[in-house]
Design a protein around this ligand. Structure first.
Ligand SMILES: Nc1ncnc2c1ncn2[C@@H]1O[C@H](COP(=O)(O)OP(=O)(O)OP(=O)(O)O)[C@@H](O)[C@H]1O
Length: 512
């Protein structure tokens, strides 16, 4: 297949907001790929390289200035091989060789292909939000049930691999995707609930009500003496958290997969700020802050996968293997006990509570109503699209943030507002130093960024607005913190913002 076909399809997908049109464009292309081409094509269209980051920065790419080819002749296989070779380079002389390979690739590409390659190699095309559409297209082209493809994607965390299995081995190949010790699965996620009472009503009281701790999500795997620790975005951080590794080593089992939250506590037992926990995830050397785990789910124990069992059974396994490290929870509480648990969580400095259906399986990668989160304030995780230069006391600092919500159909983020409220001097300095690394372009007032950074915003609600393309704007938005544990694909979608519009009768700003 010619590479240009992939580039054209990517443009066609980006040009429409209609999920149906996107799926149709993807299907038309997928119907023509050979088995070898499935993985790279699915990967590129999702905006990622199968090889991951290959150490080629945007600056290197813009410095290339290769004259474009007149006609498209590059094939998918050729591009795949060249990128493989670049990714494999290391050691002395690799920079020169890498530039030679890049020049070779770029001189053989048309101007149109060059633009695509720049974005793809520079990490600017990343479109995690396209995953749902792509999963549908793969299932439809391979004539398989979407759920089967989705399950394989969630268990492997790799859509291109699942797609290749779907095309080459059908349902049988997809059913071989199992939870594998050492390979993280996508975490199950929650939807916001309006109040403790409404969540409890939904489950008719048949639920586990747990503290929602303000730490960082962890998934730990153990197989015999080997232990792995992963973040919410499936990044491995085993070597940064030796105290967690040691604790998991000591659990009374041969193999286990646990889902939980980790954080450090102050001397008086209150949670330390989220940023401090996150800073441990990057560190590889000395650390004073000890992280503690609070587990809330068990996905595997001693050779048995538990994902498809109800939460009540998974909790029984969790209790057996890591009872003392369980998150504070009450099971099947009445309204008064659930509310008391909520109040206790807030009193101890935690974020709120989670109410979880005891009969639900573990739906990896899904944000579903089986888990409901209840917090006293509205917060949204939004994508930073740019920042304006400040004035007055903030002159010389990048300040007022442009905020975007995720397009659930895989398009670019949709701007929903701006804010500079809540930005501390430290954050202003950080933004001013770091934002140029994410810059896509700028004008006199604003530095525009590639959609890579996620920031958590607290707000009073939303209002209709003709100023922004989604027809909705944030009300009284203020910055809480950056979310380095989230990628734009994890940001809240425009639907989450629309759900806060008072006209929909859902503007329940407080839970009280
Ligand atoms: N008892 C708990 N059960 C599940 N998740 C918990 C619990 N306590 C804290 N958490 C954290 O809350 C998150 C669940 O909320 P949600 O599914 O909405 O994810 P999120 O998008 O990361 O939300 P938030 O921004 O509120 O942390 C988990 O990812 C986890 O990090």
């Amino acid at each position: 297949m010619l590479f240009t076909q992939v580039v054209e399809t990517s443009a066609a997908v980006a040009a429409t907001r209609s999920r149906k049109t996107k799926t149709a464009a993807l299907r038309a292309l997928l119907a023509q790929v050979t088995p070898d081409e499935v993985e790279p094509v699915v990967s590129w269209l999702s905006g990622v390289l199968p090889q991951g980051r290959i150490g080629v920065g945007y600056r290197t790419l813009t410095a290339l200035q290769a004259a474009p080819a007149d006609d498209p002749t590059l094939t998918v296989a050729e591009v795949g091989t060249l990128v493989d070779r670049i990714a494999d380079l290391s050691g002395p002389g690799s920079t020169g060789l890498r530039n030679e390979l890049l020049s070779d690739l770029f001189t053989r590409a048309t101007a149109y292909e060059q633009t695509f390659l720049m974005q793809l190699l520079g990490g600017e095309l990343r479109q995690g939000a396209l995953e749902g559409v792509m999963t549908d297209a793969v299932a439809a082209t391979a004539e398989l049930p979407t759920d089967a493809v989705r399950r394989a994607v969630m268990l492997s965390g790799q859509l291109p691999r699942a797609a290749a299995a779907a095309f080459t081995g059908g349902l049988d190949a997809l059913s071989t995707f199992r939870l594998e010790l050492g390979r993280p699965v996508r975490p199950m996620l929650a939807v916001p609930a309006e109040s403790v009472e409404s969540a409890l009503d939904k489950f008719a009281g048949d639920c586990s009500v747990e503290y929602k701790l303000d730490g960082a999500r962890i998934q730990v795997h153990r197989s015999g003496d080997s232990v792995w620790v992963f973040t919410r975005t499936l990044r491995e951080i085993t070597s940064s958290v030796p105290e967690l590794v040691e604790l998991v080593h000591r659990l009374p089992c041969r193999s286990v997969v646990l889902d939980g939250e980790t954080l450090a506590l102050t001397d008086s037992g209150r949670p330390r700020p989220f940023q401090e926990t996150m800073s441990r995830f990057g560190a590889s050397t000395a650390h004073e802050l000890l992280l503690r785990p609070y587990f809330f789910d068990c996905l595997h124990l001693d050779g048995v996968d538990l994902l498809d069992l109800p939460l009540s059974e998974r909790l029984a396994s969790l209790e057996r293997v890591a009872g003392v490290h369980r998150i504070p929870a009450v099971v099947s509480p009445d309204q008064a006990a659930a509310r008391a648990h909520f109040d206790a969580a807030l009193e101890r400095g935690h974020e709120g509570i989670m109410a979880k259906s005891l009969s639900s399986p573990y739906l990896a990668g899904r944000r579903g109503s089986a888990w409901q989160k209840i917090k006293p304030e509205h917060t949204l995780d939004l994508i930073v699209l740019g920042a304006e230069w400040g004035y007055g006391r903030r002159t010389g600092f990048l300040s007022n943030l442009h905020l975007g919500a995720r397009d659930p159909d895989g398009g670019p983020p949709i701007m929903v507002g701006k804010t500079f409220k809540g930005l501390t001097d430290e954050l202003l300095r950080w933004q001013t130093t770091r934002f140029p690394d994410f810059e896509s372009h700028r004008d006199d007032h604003t530095v525009y960024l590639r959609p890579e950074l996620v920031v958590e915003i607290e707000l009073d609600g939303a209002q209709t607005s003709s100023r922004y393309p989604g027809g909705v704007a944030l009300r009284f938005a203020r910055v809480l913190r950056y979310r380095p544990d989230k990628s734009p694909a994890d940001a809240d979608s425009i639907d989450a913002v629309l759900a806060l519009l008072p006209t929909r009768g859902r503007n329940t700003t407080t839970q009280e």
